[in-house]
Design a protein around this ligand. Structure first.
Ligand code: CO
Ligand code: ZN
Length: 334
């Protein structure tokens, strides 16, 4: 892993539908190390490296480059904004905090006309009773302007707390796999997908375009190592990346799951099996385009997903890089 790369990926602006800056950041990191890359009509970045293997297959690694965010829906006559989430954001995680409209700072306040309504609004917090104060800069953030959390990465004890670990850790894993000097055994295609958080659009379009023999979505998943975590979840941070068996939107192809387990065991890479009782990833889109791409997912266990400070283990990211590198160098038998 490269910490400078990770920091750059975590701090570049790119909510769903506005991925231009993060796409350019990724292009800068990879462009001298790949056989080719292109940006498709929806804004996906697809980069590839030809394999040297005699029985090579085409492997697609996917990570979404978009992050959750906000869009301005209304500006009142005093310059206060109303916003709508882009992707899954609870209003409770932003009250009293800062938003970043690509350089313009906003502070989230709550309506409190009377003591009664203040208490009611705190209890029933919603995007209807929250507003955003941009300190007199309303003319720079008209309706339709996109924003993200105002947060920054903190590194401690081999853990990182940051906005956008979902899914910039996935992007970092793909970047490090691509820029490795060795020529892969299989043909390696990487899809840095747009709009996962909004509609899973990018993976559907990119998966159709690449039409690989198998696909792996690399993303984050829940972690159950905190007080009163979901008791039906087994994944914990620091015990290696997870191989997804199922989430609420897709069942991983069992042959791809077995292949991933086999590669991890052969190379002595610590991993966990993942069943997530909620959520979904780009795998949902990948498995239903063309004639059904055999798809699974590799995830990084993460605390506080979709909040301004998601937390994961750098060791798990490192092991995921080792795992995907081993996968692209292994003869695929499904
Ligand atoms: Co997400
Ligand atoms: Zn994600």
């Amino acid at each position: 892993m490269n910490l400078e790369h990770l920091k750059k990926l975590l701090t570049t602006f790119g909510p769903s539908g506005r991925e231009e800056k993060i796409r350019n950041t990724i292009i800068e990191l990879i462009k001298d190390h790949v056989d080719g890359y292109k940006v498709d009509k929806v804004g996906n970045l697809i980069a590839w490296k030809e394999g040297k293997g005699e029985n090579k297959k085409r492997i697609l690694l996917d990570a979404h480059m978009d992050q959750i965010g906000f869009v301005v829906t209304h500006v009142d006559k005093n310059g206060f904004l109303r916003v709508e989430p882009v992707g899954g954001i609870l209003p409770q995680v932003i009250y009293g905090s800062r938003l970043n409209f690509d350089g313009i700072t906003g502070i989230v306040g709550i309506e409190k006309e009377s003591r009664e309504s203040f208490e009611k609004n705190l209890k029933e917090m919603s995007f209807d009773n929250l507003y955003v104060d941009v300190m007199g800069q309303a003319s720079k953030v008209p309706v339709g302007t996109f924003g993200i959390y105002d947060s920054h990465p903190v590194f401690e004890n081999n853990l990182v707390a940051s906005l956008a670990l979902d899914d910039r850790v996935g992007c970092e894993i793909l970047v490090e796999c691509l820029i490795s000097d060795e020529r892969p055994y299989n043909d390696l295609y990487t899809l840095f997908a747009v709009q996962e958080e909004h509609s899973l659009l990018g993976a559907a379009v990119g998966g159709f375009e690449v039409d690989p023999d198998l696909a792996i979505a690399v993303d984050v998943t829940d972690s159950a190592d905190v007080p009163k975590a979901n008791k039906r979840v087994s994944m914990i941070i620091g015990k290696g990346p997870t191989i997804k068996v199922k989430d609420s939107m897709s069942v991983s192809n069992p042959k791809v799951v077995d292949f991933l387990k086999k590669v991890a065991e052969k190379h002595d890479i610590e991993y966990q099996l993942e069943v997530l009782p909620f959520g979904g990833t780009d795998a949902y889109s990948l498995e239903r385009v063309k004639n059904g791409i055999p798809t699974a997912a590799i995830s990084i266990p993460t605390r506080y997903i979709h909040t301004p400070s998601e937390v994961c283990s750098l060791n798990d990211v490192e092991k995921a890089i080792t795992l995907v590198r081993a996968v692209v160098n292994e003869e695929v038998v499904l």
